[in-house]
Ligand binder design. Sequence first.
Ligand code: ADP
Ligand code: MG
Length: 355
Amino acid sequence: MIVAPGSTIGIIGGGQLGRMLSLAAAQLGYKCHILDPHERPAATDVSAHFTRAHYGDTDAIEAFAKAVDVVTYEFENLPVGPLRSLGDKLRPGARSLAVAQDRAVEKQFIEECGGRVAPWRQVSSLEELHSAVEQLGLPIVLKTRRYGYDGKGQAWIRSMGDTAAAWNAVAEEPAVAESGIDFTAEFSVIVARWADGRHALWDSPENEHREGILRRSTAPCSDAVAAQVPEAREAALRIAEALGHIGVLTVEFFASESGPVVNEIAPRVHNSGHWTIEGAATSQFEQHIRAICGLPPGSTELAGTRATMENLIGDELNLWPELVAEPGAHVHIYGKGEARPGRKMGHVTRVSYRA
Ligand code: ADP
Ligand code: MG
């Protein structure tokens, strides 16, 4: 299936990822149609059409799908049911979504693909959590199976006494308990896969998080991390292949003493790939559009010697006057409303061209 420039791409979700996808699609002559339940999502400033509807609204999704040539999504917390009927028009498909949105299904799937994950247990009661703590040892991170992002829906258990509070903190939702990994660094593998199995990989960025939120990504990564990238890429490609994934897939890793450990997968463009907009020949956003539309892969070569992306979180957005005055700093402001604490409001990328 080739979706030619001039066609309309439907994007479910109108946040910053939908916005940057729309911008990349526009460059190639596509129009975008956003579906999102909010009043004025960030992507609608830069896209041609907007349907305001809930993600579970089957009738609205059916009408939306009829109005566009291909449908993609910018995040994974969507009801899969209404999307199943879209078949091949949905790229990536429903399978990628179903696996990535449930941490228990996701971990099992990664293990079936031969990927290494932190030792984990499924827990649905405080009793089960107690026995998971006994079996896995401490420290443990408790994570809700669904709807977590930016460290939300997570609680650390560092001593036995934390267990009840942690269970309370995840609101007694079905969860997974996983061993805390004593990692040396975090990094991601970002891969774009085409329907015929072709794929493209970027340099793996090294990622720094604070309080569960990505702060900074740097590409290329350090030598110590680079040594783990080949094994990580193999695991990511096996996952992409097993999902029959079309478009960009991101696999987050911990670099540990025993090798790369998969943290989680995202069936979409990812914050740790924002540096590719100026730091690589083809951005993750353009590549996603190319892959879902059946255009050939673009080069993923680094544009300079090094790219660093820093997020602007909450009131850090107020730094914009000095950032836009900084020569060579690529400032991205998402045009979201209120700069609430912990909310991703923009990012800035710096590309170095020196050896
Ligand atoms: P989210 O969906 O919110 O991104 P993650 O599972 O990626 O959730 O967790 C966010 C961050 O929390 C990770 O990038 C990492 O820094 C830390 N973290 C999560 N799980 C573990 C773990 N098992 N061991 C150590 N750190 C962890
Ligand atoms: Mg994560």
